[in-house]
Design a protein around this ligand. Structure first.
Ligand SMILES: Nc1ncnc2c1ncn2[C@@H]1O[C@H](COP(=O)(O)OP(=O)(O)OP(=O)(O)O)[C@@H](O)[C@H]1O
Length: 302
């Protein structure tokens, strides 16, 4: 696979604050990657370095095999940052035409309008008169105006309603299907899970997990097998304690919970040992709870 973004031991320090700490990863062509992390995790700083807006204190960044500030890289890159700044006194169509004119092969205006959900009537309006959500759509259109191969979005769905959010992610999927590479930041595990092929989990400037949403979820979400025991004899406890996959086990309101990474093995043991249990349930912990726990436990480890 072709590496579009290569980060090699990249750090950024502001005075004595290490905002990004020794990041190394490679992002492949056509992928949709989420940088996920709580406030202050270093997401925006990392993105700004990839865009060439900030220089790393240490390490090396290559975009399309070149320095992020290289003109050839800029021509193939689009970005929508948290604050969408829009030129005053220009109508939406005029702004889009102006930005498109800077690029050798801009995106077709009709495609741009379709993908971003800007209405025909929006095009004739002054950009500064648009609503917050419409300004975001314009920000998205401006990011794509040059028909870039690589797109960066910093918290792209903040302030968008559910319909606009869905349209946005559908269009991002379409772009990835055409071989474009997309990197976005988010605070929400659910959004990263819904939209990304790969999640880079940041905490306090460091990369603490890297994998598919399934891998990240299975790492951080606890699963449990629970049941009611007909007789809560010592044999049951002894057998449960021998399970190699056990991470925790407790009673709650008469139900026994076995927290485990391998629910299949717990079930197999229950049946093989003919344990007298009934009403067996498999539960998956909530994603948001698990994410919160992970970031808290990372904080405690620091
Ligand atoms: N220009 C700067 N000068 C000093 N410190 C900075 C600067 N920019 C960022 N920081 C600090 O670096 C850390 C990482 O900030 P960054 O904005 O990258 O985090 P983030 O993950 O994008 O957060 P958020 O989700 O709140 O946008 C924070 O502690 C922040 O205060």
């Amino acid at each position: 696979m072709e590496g579009i973004i290569e980060m090699n031991q990249v750090s950024k320090t502001f005075k004595d604050k290490k905002a990004v700490n020794n990041l190394s990863f490679c992002i492949e062509k056509g992928s949709i990657v989420a940088i996920l992390g709580p406030n202050g995790a270093g997401k925006t700083t990392a993105l700004s370095m990839m865009l060439g807006l900030l220089d790393p204190t240490e390490g090396d960044i290559k975009i399309f095999g070149k320095h992020p500030k290289d003109q050839a890289v800029r021509e193939k890159t689009g970005a929508m940052l948290q604050e969408v700044s829009i030129m005053d006194r220009l109508k939406v169509k005029e702004v889009l035409d102006l930005i498109r004119s800077y690029y050798p092969q801009p995106m077709d205006m009709n495609v741009l309008i379709r993908l971003t959900g800007l209405a025909e009537s929006d095009l004739k309006r002054f950009a500064e008169k648009l609503s917050g959500g419409q300004k975001r759509n314009l920000g998205y259109a401006l990011a794509m105006a040059g028909n870039p191969d690589l797109l960066f979005f910093d918290e792209p769905t903040v302030g968008l309603d559910i319909t606009a959010r869905r349209r946005f992610w559908e269009s991002v999927r379409e772009l990835a299907g055409q071989g474009k590479t997309i990197l976005f930041t988010t605070h929400y595990l659910q959004e990263a899970d819904d939209a990304a092929d790969r999640i880079l989990l940041f905490h306090r400037g460091s990369l603490v997990a890297d994998g598919t949403p399934e891998e990240i979820k299975s790492r951080i979400v606890k699963r449990s097998v629970s049941f009611l025991a007909r007789q809560e004899g010592p044999r049951l406890r002894e057998i449960l304690k021998t399970l190699p996959v056990l991470s925790d086990f407790y009673d709650k309101e008469g139900r026994i919970y076995v927290n485990t990474e391998n629910t299949d093995l717990v079930l197999e043991t229950i049946f093989a040992e003919k344990l007298e249990v009934r009403d067996i349930r498999i539960d998956q912990g909530r994603l948001d709870e698990a994410f919160e726990q992970l970031t808290i436990s990372q904080e405690e480890a620091v």
